[in-house]
Design a binder for this molecule. Structure first.
Ligand code: TYC
Length: 128
């Protein structure tokens, strides 16, 4: 018989031998431990910088602080200052922990220099 069939050729039934598939993301023996290949990029927690009301710090000083340390426009600074004056507390800005701590410290330092009793604190933000 002269008919050439796959069986009679030297090619195996599954086609020519292939190199075993390359396993990517494989740094060693299989341990059965699931490994995430996506890099973790967790968003940092945010902190509110809060200004507290008192009876003695001049309104102009609070406005100045909001403009200089928090980059607020004059109108926005007045709005925030009046909010604190009426409600007792208000938000100057929301930042990551280190920046919030630094800003609150700068407010306290400036107030102390000018001998105003202005208080500024930070508080973890509800939304992550
Ligand atoms: N209550 C102050 C006043 O009447 C003004 C003031 C506003 C003080 C905001 C502090 O965080 C503050 N002079």
């Amino acid at each position: 018989m002269t008919r050439l069939s796959a069986r009679s050729s030297n090619v195996p039934p599954n086609g020519p031998a292939k190199a075993p598939p390359v396993r990517r993301d494989d740094d060693g023996p299989r341990t059965g431990i699931a490994v995430k290949t996506r890099p973790k990029t967790k968003k940092p927690s945010l902190y509110k910088v809060l200004l507290l009301n008192d009876d003695y710090t001049p309104m102009e000083f609070v406005v100045h602080v909001l403009e200089r340390l928090f980059g607020k426009s004059h109108e926005e600074a007045i709005r925030i200052m009046l909010h604190v004056h009426h409600k007792g507390v208000g938000i100057c800005g929301v930042y990551t922990y280190e920046i919030a701590e630094t800003k609150a410290g700068q407010v306290m330092d400036l107030a102390r220099q000018q001998q105003h009793p202005l208080q500024c604190t930070i508080e973890k933000d509800g939304i992550e």
